[in-house]
Design a protein around this ligand. Structure first.
Ligand code: MRU
Length: 364
C-alpha cells in the first residue's frame, strides 16, 4: 500500500508571491493538448477566465475568487498596480473607500457564473472576515488578513478533498468498475478532487479500479479533463459518449456512479453538470448506486430544494460547434443549460468531508 505513488499534477489554481502577488491558472480550455498557464493580475482577466472555464469546477472557482478579492484590492495599496489610489494622511486608504471597493469587487466576481455556490461562499467568507476586523484594524492589516484567508480557503480544500476521498473509498470494493461525469478532480479543486479523490484514494490504498468516463458534451470536460487526469495518475479508464452510459449499465459493467456537485439544496437536491440527472435516472433503472461527492461549501442551506438553484445558460455555439468546428446548420435554435438538478430521492448518498449522508433527506 502506498501513500501516493504518482507525481503531483499541475495545480489548477496557484498564487505567486505575497499579498501583492498574482494568480496563476492552468488554462483548462487548452487541455489536454497543451499544458499552459495564465498569469492573472486583475479581476477583469479573472472574470473572463471563470466565465470561459479556463478555471472551472465549483471548489476551484471559489478558491480563485477568494484570491480575486485580493487582486481587486491591491491597487489601493500598491500605486504601480492602479491609478485610483485614495489614501488618507497616514498612507492608508480610507476605511470607507476600502469597504466600498471590497463590495464592488465582490459583486463583480459574483456575476461571473451563477450555479456553483462555492463562488458565493468564498466571496462571502472573505467579506465576512473583513467586516469582523473592521472595528479594530487598519485597511492595510485587513488586506493582509484577507490574503491569509484566501490562502486558508485554498489550503483547507486540500484537506477537505482528501477527507472526501477517504470516506468515499470505503464504498469501493477491490476490482470495482465505476462511472463518472464531467470533471470533479484535481483540476476542479485544490488538489485531489471530490468524486475523483475517491478513486485516487482507493488507488492509493492498493485497490484495483476501473473508471468509465462520460465525454460530457457540450464542452467535453470528461473527454478532455477527467480522461487526462486519470491517465496522468495511471488509473484504468475507458472513455464513452454520454449516450452510451445506459448501454454500459445494462451490460452490467458499472457498480457505482460518482459525480461532483455545484450546489446542493437543504433537502439534498443536487445541481451538477448537464447530464448528471439523466445518469441518476439510468442508475436507478439499473439498480446501480448513484453517489454525489461534495464539500460543505457546496451546500446552500438557504434554498429549501433544488427548484430554486440558478441554472447557467451558455452560448449556442457551445452546442452548435465542437471545438470551434460548426456541426449544426447556421441559424439553428439551440438550448444550452450547463447544469441540471438531480432530486435527492435519486441520490444513494452524498459523500462529504464529514462522512456519507445516506439516506439523502432534509434532516441530515
Ligand atoms: O462547468 P464546469 O466545468 O465548471 O462544471 C463542473 C462540474 O459540474 C463539476 O462536477 C462540479 O463543479 C464539481 S467539481 C469538484
Amino acid at each position: 500500500m502506498s501513500d501516493s505513488t504518482t507525481a503531483p499534477l499541475p495545480a489548477a489554481v496557484r498564487w505567486q508571491g505575497g499579498s501583492l502577488g498574482h494568480l496563476v491558472l492552468l488554462d483548462q480550455t487548452r487541455l489536454p493538448l497543451e499544458v499552459t498557464f495564465l498569469s492573472v493580475f486583475d479581476i477583469e482577466t479573472l472574470f473572463e477566465a471563470i466565465r470561459a472555464l479556463r478555471v472551472r469546477g465549483a471548489p476551484a472557482i471559489g478558491i480563485a475568487a477568494a484570491y480575486g478579492i485580493c487582486l481587486g484590492l491591491q491597487p489601493l495599496f500598491a500605486p504601480a498596480l492602479g491609478a485610483n489610489r485614495v489614501q488618507s494622511d497616514n498612507g492608508q486608504p480610507d476605511s470607507a473607500v476600502f469597504f466600498e471597493r471590497l463590495e464592488q469587487v465582490r459583486s463583480y466576481l459574483a456575476a461571473s457564473r451563477p450555479t456553483a455556490v462555492n463562488l458565493f461562499w468564498a466571496l462571502d467568507r472573505m467579506v465576512a472576515r473583513a467586516r469582523q476586523l473592521s472595528a479594530r484594524s487598519e485597511p492595510s492589516a485587513i488586506f493582509e488578513s484577507l490574503f491569509a484567508e484566501a490562502c486558508a480557503i485554498h489550503r483547507e480544500d486540500v484537506a477537505t478533498c482528501r477527507a472526501i476521498g477517504r470516506h468515499g473509498a470505503e464504498l469501493l470494493p477491490d476490482g470495482a468498475s465505476v462511472l463518472t461525469h464531467c470533471n470533479a478532480g484535481g483540476l476542479a479543486t485544490a488538489e485531489y478532487g471530490t468524486a475523483l479523490s475517491i478513486f485516487f484514494t482507493a488507488q492509493d490504498q492498493g485497490k484495483r479500479l476501473h473508471v468509465f468516463v462520460d465525454e460530457t458534451r457540450p464542452l467535453l470536460q470528461g473527454a478532455r479533463l477527467t480522461a487526462w487526469e486519470l491517465m496522468q495518475r495511471g488509473l484504468d479508464a475507458t472513455l464513452i459518449c454520454d449516450s452510451m452510459a445506459g448501454q454500459v449499465m445494462r451490460e452490467g459493467r458499472v457498480q457505482g456512479v460518482f459525480t461532483g456537485a455545484d450546489r446542493i439544496a437543504a433537502n439534498g437536491d443536487a445541481a451538477n453538470k448537464i447530464g448528471t440527472y439523466s445518469l441518476a435516472v439510468l442508475a436507478r433503472a439499473h439498480r446501480v448506486p448513484f453517489y454525489v461527492a461534495a464539500p460543505r461549501s457546496t451546500f446552500d442551506f438557504n434554498l429549501p430544494d433544488g427548484s430554486q438553484i440558478p441554472i447557467e445558460l451558455r452560448d449556442a455555439e457551445e452546442v452548435a460547434e465542437i471545438r470551434g468546428q460548426r456541426v449544426a446548420p447556421v441559424g439553428m435554435r439551440v438550448y444550452n443549460p450547463a447544469f441540471d438538478v438531480t432530486p435527492a430521492e435519486w441520490i444513494t448518498g452524498i459523500i462529504t468531508e464529514y462522512g456519507v449522508i445516506q439516506p439523502v433527506t432534509a434532516d441530515q
